[in-house]
Design a protein around this ligand. Structure first.
Ligand code: SDX
Length: 436
C-alpha cells in the first residue's frame, strides 16, 4: 500500500484533531487508516451496512461499480468466462495466476479424486423431510464435514488449508446433488471422475442408475460459465461472513457453512430464486401486459416488493456478469429449442422497461447477476429451489480464497466491531421483579 497522503479530522467539541494516513491500492478508492481513532478521540466511526468501510486489504477480486468492471486477479470477467474453465478459475482465485498445463492437470486431478463424501453422510439426509429446502441441507452437511476431517483443521498450517480447500471444492457438487436427489426421492449418484468437474456435477444431478447419462457439451459449458460468473465478488455479505467467522479461528468447514447461510438471503444469493418466482408470478397474472402494474409495485416502498435481480450495492452500472448471463441464457435456450421461452421474453421486456424508467435510472438500478441466472438454470433442468445451492457451489472457491488470504495476513485479528449504544443507562432491578 502506498502512503504519503494524510487526512486530518477536527472536532467542534474540543477533542484534539486526529491525523490519519491515507493508503492507495493498485486501483480503486484510497482508504483512511482510522485504527487509532478511538484511542486518540474516544470516538468510533458509524457505518451500518459498511457503505464506506473497507474491512480488509485484498488482492483477489476488484469491482469498479461505476464502470461495471469485474476483475479476477486482474483478468476481466469477460475474458475469464470465455477463455477459461471453472477449475482454471478456481486455481487462479486461489493461487493468483492461471495454471500451466502441468499445474492444471495436478490441480484438476486432486479435485476430481476427492469428490466422494464419507458414506455415513448419505444417512445424514434421512433426518430431514424430503421437502426441506436444499439450502438447509447444504448448510448442515458442509458444517458436518468438520466431523470427518480432524486431520486438516489446523488453520495455521498452509498444507491443512490446501487440503481443506480441495475437499470443499471437490465435495460441494456431490453434496448439492445429494440434496437434490433426496428431495425428489431418487438414489444418490456417485461421482464419475473420468468426467470434467461440471459434467460430473450434471450427471450426479440428472443421471439415474437405470441408464447412461449423455453429457451435452453445450449445456455443460454453459453451466461451467455460470459457475465462473459466481466464483468470487470482493467483500459481499457472505464473503464478509466467512472472513469474520475465520477470524475467530473457526475451521474452514464451519466458515463455509456460515457463508452458505448468509448467501441464502433473498437480498443476496437467494435473489435468483426470488427473481424466477417473481417472473413466474407476472407470467401467471398475464405476462408482458401486466409488467406496467408490477413495475408500479416495485417503485412503491409500501408494496414490500422489489424488482428482484435488479440493483447492487457496488454496481451503479450494468453488472458485467448479467450481460454474460444473458448471452449464456440465449445459447442454452437455442440449444434446447426454447428460443421462445416466455420467461426470457418477459425478463428482457422487464429489463427494457425498467432501464427506461426514471425511478430505476435515477437510482442507478441495473440488472445484476441474479436477473437472468434463474431462467438459464431452469432451462438447464434445475428446480428453482436449487438455484442458490448452485450459487453456493460456485462461490465456495471465492470464500476459500478470501478466507485463506485473511488467515495468511501477518497482522490478522479477530473481527470485533463496536456500536452506538442508545439503550437504557445503568439502573437497578425494582423490588417487584426480584426473586431473591
Ligand atoms: C448479489 O454484494 C455483492 O457483491 C452481492 C453479489 C455477489 O456476487 O456476491 O453481487 C450477489 O447479492 C446480487 C444482488 C441480488 N439481490 C437482489 O437482486 C435483490 C434486489 N436488490 C435489492 O434488494 C438491492 O438492490 C440490494 C440489496 C442488492 C442493494 O441494496 P443497497 O445497496 O442497500 O441499496 P438500497 O436498498 O439502499 O437501494 C437504494 C434505493 C432505495 O430506494 P430509496 O430509498 O433511494 O428511495 O434503490 C431502491 C431502494 O428502495 N432499490 C430498489 C431495488 N434495489 C434498490 N427498488 C426496487 N427494486 C430493487 N431491486
Amino acid at each position: 500500500m502506498s502512503t504519503e497522503k494524510k487526512a486530518t479530522l477536527t472536532f467542534t467539541d474540543g477533542t484534539a484533531a486526529v491525523e490519519f494516513p491515507i493508503y492507495g491500492g493498485t486501483i480503486g478508492p484510497d482508504v483512511l487508516d482510522i485504527r487509532k481513532l478511538y484511542g486518540a478521540s474516544g470516538k468510533f466511526t458509524f457505518d451500518p451496512g459498511f457503505m464506506s468501510t473497507a474491512a480488509c486489504e485484498s488482492r483477489i477480486t476488484y469491482i469498479d461499480g461505476d464502470k461495471g468492471e469485474l476483475l479476477y486477479r486482474g483478468y476481466p470477467i469477460e475474458q475469464v468466462a470465455v477463455h477459461c474453465d471453472f477449475l482454471d478459475t478456481c486455481y487462479l482465485l486461489l493461487n493468483g495466476e492461471l495454471p500451466t498445463e502441468e499445474q492444471s492437470q495436478d490441480f484438476d486431478g486432486r479435485v476430481l479424486r476427492h469428490t466422494m463424501v464419507q458414506e455415513q453422510m448419505s444417512r445424514f439426509f434421512l433426518g430431514f423431510r424430503r421437502d426441506s429446502h436444499p439450502m438447509a441441507l447444504l448448510v448442515a452437511c458442509v458444517g458436518a464435514l468438520a466431523a470427518f476431517y480432524h486431520d486438516s483443521l489446523d488453520i495455521q498450517n498452509p498444507e491443512h488449508r490446501f487440503v481443506s480447500a480441495i475437499r470443499l471444492l471437490a465435495k460441494m457438487p456431490t453434496l448439492v446433488s445429494m440434496a437434490y436427489k433426496y428431495s425428489i426421492g431418487q438414489p444418490f449418484i456417485y461421482p464419475k471422475n473420468s468426467l470434467s468437474y461440471t459434467a460430473n456435477f450434471m450427471r450426479m444431478m440428472f443421471g439415474t442408475p437405470c441408464e447412461e447419462y449423455a453429457v451435452n457439451d453445450v449445456l455443460t459449458r454453459a453451466l461451467d460459465r455460470i459457475l465462473i460468473l459466481h466464483a468470487d465478488h470482493e467483500q459481499n455479505a457472505s464473503t464478509s461472513t466467512v472472513r469474520l467467522a475465520g477470524s475467530s479461528g473457526a475451521n474452514p468447514f464451519a466458515c463455509i457453512a456460515a457463508g452458505i447461510a448468509t448467501l441464502w438471503g433473498p437480498a443476496h444469493g437467494g435473489a435468483n430464486e426470488a427473481c424466477l418466482v417473481m417472473l413466474d408470478d407476472i407470467q401467471r397474472q398475464g405476462g408482458i401486459e401486466k409488467i406496467g402494474e408490477y413495475v408500479g409495485k416495485f417503485k412503491d416502498k409500501n408494496s414490500g416488493v422489489k424488482l428482484m435481480g435488479f440493483g447492487h450495492r457496488v454496481y451503479k452500472n450494468y453488472d458485467p456478469r448479467a450481460k454474460l448471463m444473458r448471452e449464456t441464457c440465449h445459447e442454452v435456450l437455442a440449444e434446447l429449442g426454447l428460443e421462445n421461452d416466455p420467461l426470457f421474453a418477459l425478463a428482457m421486456k422487464l429489463e427494457q422497461i425498467a432501464l427506461e424508467d426514471d425511478y430505476f435510472v435515477k437510482r442507478k438500478l441495473y440488472p445484476n447477476v441474479d436477473f437472468y441466472s434463474g431462467i438459464v438454470q431452469k432451462a438447464l433442468g434445475f428446480p428453482t429451489s436449487m438455484f442458490t445451492c448452485i450459487f453456493a457451489l460456485a462461490r465456495t472457491v471465492g470464500w476459500i480464497a478470501q478466507w485463506n488470504e485473511m488467515i495468511g495476513e501477518p497482522d490478522q485479528k479477530i473481527g470485533r466491531p463496536r456500536q452506538l449504544y442508545t439503550g437504557p443507562v445503568r439502573r437497578d432491578i425494582p423490588q417487584q421483579f426480584r426473586r431473591d
